[in-house]
Design a protein around this ligand. Structure first.
Ligand code: GLN
Length: 462
């Protein structure tokens, strides 16, 4: 199997150059081998079908564990959902299957998306293929790690609440596209925080990410926040011509950044300028309040979402003894990890009567300020550019030393665009030694095409 790009795969499978059953066997076998070394998956498919529709022609697609796949355990990285096998596919998954894709497996993630390093996983912590002593990033660590390590055509379906697509894409040196909130249906997603969750692709190239977005985007009556977007082919209008594009550089996003990251991102910005775009600095003054606001909103929503996991309906069940409360607390104590418990407590506290105005309502106001900052910037700029992450992929031994607060601070650059629901893409822009660095591009709501074009032009110039 020599082909790695999805574009070449599509060409070769149509011309009959690839023998599908052989390809499928090899892909599954390779996924298994990579998994035993790096822990990318919670479950891997046993076999693929033989008949496939275009446009995907049997392309292997991995699915983050929190996105339901019929007949495969879908546990959102949590022990409390162990044994939960959904009887239906999430809309994004059914679109992939309808387009002829094959689910290759369920990728490991932080429990319910709670994390930045994929170290809060009930089914194994994925290791970074660039250095197995380091994190893949999170929470979609398995998705990004596998995308980087697989030497055959594949695209991952991942999800972001506050940066879970961009962060692991950056740490693993692949492309991560978080679409506008609502562009991809959330039906069948095991929610973290409903007002923030977005499903999107992680892929080896910008073209691949654009291609997968075209397949999964579109209105779905089963998701009340779903936007129109059916039938847009983002690859058709993919263009390297970015002459005259205006790029904003938010100055708050360059504070306390690792020196190598800063250097690589600035040289990427200069590269983009040399392709005919112009850049200018801009200020987004609410940035400093975004992180605390995010952690209040996200945990408040998470604490209500997790209430349904109590050993009655989904996943883990226990021995019924004592009253309901006793049974629920036994199952929940056993099934939830430490970080999930912390967030349930934090979120419950933030929305308790008496505290709601002081925390939750205030956080909602900050969210509006963050959105306004972006809206103002997008009156002047087509795209904003910044580092994706302030640090290089850390070692597991370094992560262990971090306090919860230090952990949350790592999301400082990815949280604001996620709060605003705007689209963003992380594209590889260089290395520090063997460790990849990501450039983060952000655009106004539904301006995915602009975003993809800048990313594509940059990728081509590398
Ligand atoms: N690291 C952030 C958090 O823990 C974002 C994770 C995500 O996007 N799911 O909330």
């Amino acid at each position: 199997m020599k082909i790695t790009s999805v574009q070449n795969y599509l060409r070769d499978i149509q011309s009959g150059e690839i023998e599908y059953s052989q390809f499928a066997l090899e892909a599954i076998d390779k996924a298994k081998r990579l998994n035993s070394k790096y822990n990318f998956f919670q479950d891997i498919s046993q076999a693929f079908a033989t008949q496939h529709e275009d446009p995907l022609y049997g392309l292997p697609v991995s699915v983050k564990d929190n996105i339901c796949v019929k007949g495969m355990q879908s546990s959102a990285g949590s022990l409390i959902l162990k044994g939960y096998v959904p009887p239906f596919d999430a809309t994004a998954v059914s679109r992939v299957i309808r387009a002829g894709g094959e689910v290759i497996g369920k990728t490991n993630q932080d429990e319910f998306g709670f994390g930045t390093f994929s170290t809060n996983c009930a089914f194994g912590t994925p290791k970074n293929p660039h250095d197995p002593e380091r994190s893949c990033g999170g929470s979609s660590g398995g998705a990004a790690g596998f995308t980087a390590a697989a030497d055959f055509p594949h695209i991952a379906i991942a999800e972001s609440t506050g940066g879970s697509i961009s962060c692991p894409a950056s740490f693993c040196g692949v492309v991560g596209l978080t679409p506008t909130y609502g562009l991809v249906s959330r039906y069948g997603l095991i929610d973290y925080a409903n007002s923030l969750d977005k499903i999107g692709p992680i892929a080896k190239s910008v073209w691949d990410a654009a291609f997968m977005l075209s397949i999964i985007a579109g209105h779905d009556h089963r998701d009340s926040t779903s936007l129109p977007g059916e039938g847009i082919d983002y690859t058709k209008k993919l263009s390297e011509d970015i002459k005259g594009m205006k790029i904003g550089i938010p100055k708050e996003y360059f504070q306390n950044i690792n020196r190598d990251v800063e250097r690589a991102v600035w040289s990427a910005i200069e590269k983009i300028e040399s392709l005919g775009a112009q850049y200018k600095k801009v200020t987004l003054p609410s940035t400093q309040f975004a992180l605390p606001a995010y952690y209040i909103i996200a945990t408040a929503e998470a604490s209500t979402n997790l209430a349904k996991f109590c050993g009655m309906r989904y996943g883990l069940h226990g021995q019924i003894k004592g009253g309901f409360n006793e049974y629920f607390s036994n199952v929940r104590s056993e099934g939830f990890g430490k970080e999930a418990k912390r967030r349930i407590m934090l979120g419950t506290f933030a929305r308790m009567s008496g505290y709601r105005d002081r925390y939750y309502m205030k956080a909602m106001k900050v969210r509006t300020l963050v959105i306004n900052d972006f809206k103002k910037a997008f009156k002047k700029f087509d795209v904003l550019a910044a580092p994706t992450m302030p640090i290089l992929p850390p070692k597991f031994s370094e992560i262990e030393e971090l306090s919860a607060m230090e952990n949350y601070q790592m999301d400082v650059l990815t949280v604001p665009p996620n709060l605003a629901g705007i689209p963003m893409i992380s594209v590889p822009c260089g290395f520090s030694g063997k460790l990849p660095i990501g450039l983060h591009l952000m655009a106004d709501h539904l301006q995915e095409q602009k975003l993809l074009n800048v990313a594509y032009a940059f990728e081509r110039s590398m």
